[in-house]
Design a protein around this ligand. Structure first.
Ligand code: URP
Ligand code: ZN
Ligand code: ZN
Length: 522
């Protein structure tokens, strides 16, 4: 039910975009939308069980934290879903019981930005769905939404089929966003099929990488208009690709080929410009918008201005932008290549703006943009390695790993060190992603009827990040040697214990495909 207000009748008569804008404006006015989303989607996105769990599981004595609650209680999970939440639950001794005394009990993390087993011709990410999702699970993430792509000239439905083959080894639940490379009558029809039949309800459009991934503004507009009319979300990679291309070509021609020129040729103003342009086109196309991997103050200002005007515009940032700065590109030898992702790392002023954006809700999600290439080529070959760009930064595969460290980094750096509330921590890493991408309340919260995706998190344990201890196949970590307090202790996927300390109890292929519902707004 839409919360009542004096515009309710008008809104009900209007199209989906007008309703979204009105809902967003109510939010700005201070009315709560929490109940609205729950009532509207409960049942609608619960799906028939694939793999049913027979055992019942009790998690007792924990401190349950959701995006809105914080209380002490026990959780009984049956057949993969949360059956009962209450204090002092009494169960028979056939029920598998886990004592969560002293632990935080939170919904499994949702990472809505990964590139697993992603082949884009010259390079391929090194994690399979099996290894990448196992790493995700050890980091407390039980749902991943991964990017699949259309091949130019072929249907995106073919791209999805191919993605399904690769994703079959996933050991946490997975959904797909579709990267659109051609926008024409046929692919616009295919987008509708993806939304209605395949449960792929979000699309990524690139404003960068001309000749490879970039769409022109007309194509952006057409794809956005289609998405807006069908309850789908448009995700944009917002950088001015053409201007950046000129800067890159000039740098290479002048012999400026070290990794630091990746950063120097991608100015923050060009991220800000593209973000502003994407918002304006989305407004005209009447579609909700989600800006991926936002890194720059100018881009954040554009998002904040749009949200203040009541537009359904959202944005995510990533741990590397929150914890690392551009000095990494000055590291000796070729080491700066490890940090070559797009957009690049920025300076401390941008970083402070991002932290502010998280607290003002201008940024609603923290995802990883896990796009792992090995540093060395010996392990899996040159195609999987940063070494491709040894003599020319523009040939370094863009992307960096991070799927296993998101929750602990944000807990330590956000909750412990910067006063982010625990509720906000859960909102940013699980609940908001679920609401925005059509998964709530099946995923993203701890409530009766929701999937039993639960993380037991020990807030007292201090540990040090070491790539050698990770479960990804990648051979480095952006955060090597960072010492954190707060660690994932146990992870349950639909009620099954899959991570217990250092022990793995999951298995490749146990992840389910998530046919997602209509995307939401926040
Ligand atoms: O450098 C990045 N971010 N690589 C992954 C592709 C993308 O733009 O998200
Ligand atoms: Zn991108
Ligand atoms: Zn990405």
């Amino acid at each position: 039910m839409v919360a009542s207000c004096r515009h309710a009748d008008l809104v009900a008569a209007a199209g989906p975009y007008a309703q979204l804008v009105a809902a967003q404006r109510r939010h700005v006015c201070g009315a709560t939308r929490e109940g609205t989303g729950k009532a509207a989607s409960l049942g609608a996105i619960f799906q028939p069980d694939g793999e049913r769990q027979m055992a019942a599981v009790l998690i007792k004595n924990g401190r349950i934290v959701t995006a809105v609650d914080d209380y002490q209680a026990d959780i009984l999970i049956e057949d993969g879903r949360i059956r009962t939440i209450g204090q002092g639950l009494v169960v028979g001794n056939q029920v598998e019981t886990h004592d969560a005394s002293g632990l935080l009990v939170m919904p499994g993390g949702i990472d809505v930005h990964t590139h697993l087993d992603w082949d884009f011709g010259v390079a391929r990410t090194v994690d399979t769905f099996g290894t990448g999702t196992k790493a995700a699970a050890f980091g407390g993430t039980t749902t991943v939404i991964d990017f699949c792509n259309q091949t130019r000239g072929a249907s995106p439905l073919v791209g999805l089929e191919d993605w399904h083959r690769r994703a079959a080894s996933a050991s946490v639940d997975v959904g797909a966003h579709m990267i659109m490379l051609d926008v024409n009558d046929q692919s616009l029809t295919d987008m509708q099929t993806l939304i209605r039949r395949e449960g792929v309800t979000s699309f990524k459009l690139f404003m960068a990488y001309p000749g490879v991934l970039m769409l022109d503004d007309g194509a952006l507009f057409k794809a956005m208009r289609l998405a807006g009319g069908h309850g789908a979300m448009i995700c944009v990679h917002a950088e001015n690709g053409q201007v950046i291309q000129v800067l890159v070509e000039e740098a290479v021609a002048a012999g400026r080929v070290a990794p630091k020129y990746h950063s120097l040729t991608r100015p923050t103003s060009m991220e800000g410009e593209a973000t502003h342009r994407a918002i304006k086109i989305a407004e005209l196309a009447e579609t909700p918008l989600y800006v991926v991997h936002l890194s720059a103050r100018e881009a954040l200002a554009a998002v904040a201005e749009a949200r203040d005007a009541g537009l359904p515009v959202h944005a995510e940032t990533c741990p590397h932008y929150l914890f690392l700065t551009q000095e990494k590109y000055d590291r000796p030898e070729f080491d700066g290549a490890k940090y070559v992702m797009t957009p690049p790392l920025r300076d401390a002023n941008h970083q402070q703006a991002l932290w502010r954006g998280l607290s003002t809700n201008d940024l609603q999600v923290i995802s990883t943009d896990h796009c792992p290439f090995c540093f060395n080529e010996q392990l899996f070959g040159m195609k999987f390695s940063k070494q491709q760009g040894k003599d020319d930064f523009s040939k370094i595969p863009n992307g960096a790993p991070g799927i296993e460290t998101r929750l602990p980094l944000v807990y330590d750096g956000g909750v412990r060190q910067r006063g982010l509330s625990l509720n906000r921590f859960v909102a940013l890493t699980a609940t908001n992603p679920a609401k925005l991408f059509g998964l709530f309340p099946k995923k993203g919260t701890i409530a009766v009827g929701s999937d039993g995706d639960i993380v037991l998190f020990d807030p007292r344990v201090t540990w040090t990040i070491r790539a050698s201890e990770h479960h990804s196949r990648v051979d480095y970590s952006l955060f090597e040697g960072h010492t954190l307090t707060g660690s994932v202790k146990k992870v349950f996927l639909r009620g099954q214990l899959i991570v217990d300390g250092k022990d793995w109890h999951g298995r490749e292929g146990m992840g389910e495909f998530l046919r997602r519902g209509a995307c939401g707004t926040l």
